[in-house]
Design a protein. Sequence first.
Length: 202
Amino acid sequence: MLVLEKLLRDEERKEATAYCGGNRFRITLYDCNRLELEQGMDVSDELLEQLEQADARLSCIQKGFTHLSYGDLSKKKLYEKLRRHYDPALCRETVDLFEERGYLNDLALAERYADNYYSLRSYGPMRIKQELYGKGFTPEVIDTVLEPYRSMDHREKVTELLQQKFRGASFDDPAVKKKASAWLNRQGFGWSDISDVFNDYQ
């Protein structure tokens, strides 16, 4: 039977390193305590497998923090990135842990994205919905985030966009009006808001 030859605990990093059978296992202190590891103890096949799983768990957690260090991610997007390297169940466990600890907050992140899309990029609700979906947010989160935008009057925003994009253009020309309307719709604004603004020009 294998023996746990050496066990090093790092209280500051909350990690432990176990040496067994010529292998090194880096695990969390939580797993170290959970498995009741002691230097010199016998290591059964079952415990060896648990050490391997614990090593993969810490590696997955650290990879998750690395991804988040480059920028905020939705829960789904982080899962997809981790899935390239780790078992699906372990990835789900990791993103759930991150959410529980507050490192992931899809609702708050989606709200920040929506505000930036509307205020800085001048996207309308429909375009914001598309962008949030592409970021990996769930339909439930997106629906909650978009609720305030559904009751907003977007005519002032649409008017500003028209003045910026089509400054000096004559909307009496049907071709110009059609082009401007299509562009505003691609920006994510509804036809009712677009029609109301053009009616004000008349």
